[in-house]
Design a protein around this ligand. Sequence first.
Ligand SMILES: [Zn+2]
Ligand SMILES: [Zn+2]
Length: 280
Amino acid sequence: MARTIDLHVHSTASDGILSPAEVVAEAAARDVWLLSIADHDTTDGIREARTAAAEAGLTLVPGVELSVGAEAHEIHVLGYFIDLDNQPLQAVLRTLRGARDLRNERIVARLREIGAPIDLARVREIAGDGSVGRPHIAKALVEAGHCGSMGEAFGRYLARGKPGYVGRERLGPAEAAQAIRQAGGIPVLAHPGKLGYRRRIEEILDMGLEGVEAFHSDHVEKDVELILDIAKSRNLLVTAGSDSHGPQSERPIEIGSLDIPEWVGEKFLASAPQGWDESR
Ligand SMILES: [Zn+2]
Ligand SMILES: [Zn+2]
């Protein structure tokens, strides 16, 4: 196994299965030298991960993944090298997490209406310290006997277009990019392959994004080619991440499992804002 990087991993601080320290241990075991934990709408896992990374001898860059919207699309904006103590950013994250709580309540209400009742308190218990998300609701659906697996829970109830799907009010990409920048970070458009075609991707990038996630577990080769071409023509930072949520998650993907050219990690680290160091 060659030395590799992974700039997009989730932990139990949001909807991942592994704790931040477990993510770092798994990354180290898989020969990852440059890692970022980028949880949904929270930086709560970073400090634990930082301690573990110092012990494991790998470089940890603080990250976050903001869920925002543009028209009907769900857009994810990654923020790297952010200052964890930046209060305006933390306020934005609190707002986003609040929107998530409200959404969970609406999903549970919807499930009750369609004859698949689950207990929100149990969903919170399953989530533990992390923020509650659809994977926890899926587990509760399995537990309550409404379906046989988490995959079935998504397929029958929770995926977009299914009866238990609830959209949510969101911040726009421009506001997310701004919040990340003023916290000293670099805003990056996550997995743009999902957006489909070039013009759509460029429209979002124009909203103040400074980087683009070219390598991602959902991207096929032609996505990567397109996104690298866009990045080159606009001189954007290129990032790479598995988006692993851990084993037994909805979509199990190993940390550090992508094939990423060496220059990606080198350029990424070279783009660190002046004065940034791992202990910040
Ligand atoms: Zn995402
Ligand atoms: Zn993600």
